[in-house]
Design a binder for this molecule. Structure first.
Ligand code: AHG
Ligand code: MN
Ligand code: MN
Length: 342
């Protein structure tokens, strides 16, 4: 927590306006977009909290483009976010996990493109475990004119103008960055406002927690197997053995990593040859947040945010978290790749 802050509470609305005032030429459109997302987040938060007592809980029956069962709340969150973005006419298109193609909004001339994972960790809905929403915002490039196309949205993560997530946990948290650090807000449900809880969060350079689905151990590369064994070995100097934590909602695992440090890994495997997690609406936005807080994110060799995307729903392996932990796993991957090649 920021100990220098005065007792007066600062709302997300106020914070966004103040941040915008620091940029003399700002049009206020990005600020409006962030406000739209925060409004949808409050509505989703309310539904998530009462999901257990309404029939919104459960499987909707359809499957998304990855062949996974879609829960009703996924669709509710998707609709809320898209309609909030549509209302203010500054976003021309949305790409969402829950929609196969691009979703063109009413304002085709809008200058922003927004990627969404409307509800992340949805397999955890039924068991009352934390879930979240993720967003990633790009400008539509001037070189693209005329009809909106998928190509307009295929930009590398370094071009994100803002990104963030909402975590529906024991409290609802909203974290976002515009490239000037990461600000974190907590929803006070009694007044329906997000209140600033950390102006510019910095994560530890090293953390003693590793987060990976170890059920897939047999299909990992040798370097990754050796790294996880290293995490489990005794070494008081480096705090090992590390603690294992895996929630199964990337947002929640990344939020913990942001606060406590450590590493989150979703590698490629025989089941997921290109990794499971989506580059554009999971890995890029969360990499932007983690980098802005002082951490690192790679696909095992390359920086996530420099990957040139070929498809809006493409997947990637991801190694993300504290700087030292990501560098250490990279050493293991490189060393054992060389050994396997001889
Ligand atoms: P989503 O609910 O948006 O499909 O995302 C689920 C993702 C991610 O949140 C989580 O880290 C990962 O799937 C868990 O996958 P495994 O169950 O394969 O570990
Ligand atoms: Mn997800
Ligand atoms: Mn999802």
């Amino acid at each position: 927590m920021d100990s220098s802050k005065s007792k007066r509470l600062e709302t997300l609305e106020e914070y966004i306006i103040q941040s915008q005032n620091r940029f003399p030429g700002a049009t206020g459109e990005l600020s409006q977009l962030l406000r739209d997302i925060s409004l949808a987040a409050k509505i989703i938060s309310r539904e998530v909290n009462k999901a257990g007592i309404t029939n919104i809980l459960g499987v909707d029956g359809s499957t998304n483009i990855h062949g996974e069962a879609v829960k009703k709340l996924d669709l509710f969150a998707d609709q809320q976010l898209i309609s909030a973005l549509d209302r203010s006419l500054i976003t021309c298109m949305v790409i969402s996990e829950e929609n196969d193609g691009i979703v063109k909004l009413s304002s085709q001339g809008g200058k922003y493109i927004v990627y969404l994972d409307p509800l992340d960790g949805s397999s955890n809905i039924d068991v009352n475990v934390s879930i979240g929403s993720i967003f990633s915002i790009y400008m539509r490039e001037a070189r693209f004119n005329g009809n909106l196309k998928e190509d307009d949205a295929l930009q590398p993560g370094i071009k994100q103008v803002a990104a963030g997530y909402v975590l529906y946990g024991s409290s609802t948290i909203l974290a976002y960055t515009t490239g000037l650090g990461v600000s974190v807000f907590t929803l006070d449900p009694s007044i329906g406002e997000f209140i600033l809880s950390d102006r510019s969060i910095k994560m530890p350079d090293h953390g003693a927690i590793y987060s990976i689905n170890e059920g897939s151990y047999n299909s990992w590369d040798l370097g990754l197997k050796k790294y996880i064994k290293y995490c489990q070995e005794q070494d008081p100097d480096t705090g090992r053995p590390y603690t294992a934590r895996y929630i199964g909602s990337m947002v929640a695992d990344i939020h913990r990593t942001l606060i406590k440090g450590g590493i989150f890994i979703y590698p490629h495997s025989s089941k997921y040859p290109n990794g499971k997690l989506r580059l554009m609406y999971e890995c890029n936005p969360l990499s932007f947040i983690i980098e802005q807080a002082g951490g690192k994110a790679t696909d095992g060799s390359k920086r996530i945010m420099e990957i040139e995307p070929d498809a809006i729903h493409q997947q990637t392996p991801v190694y993300i978290g504290s700087k030292d932990n990501v560098e250490k796993v990279t050493e293991f991957l490189e060393t054992y790749k060389k050994i396997e090649q001889v």
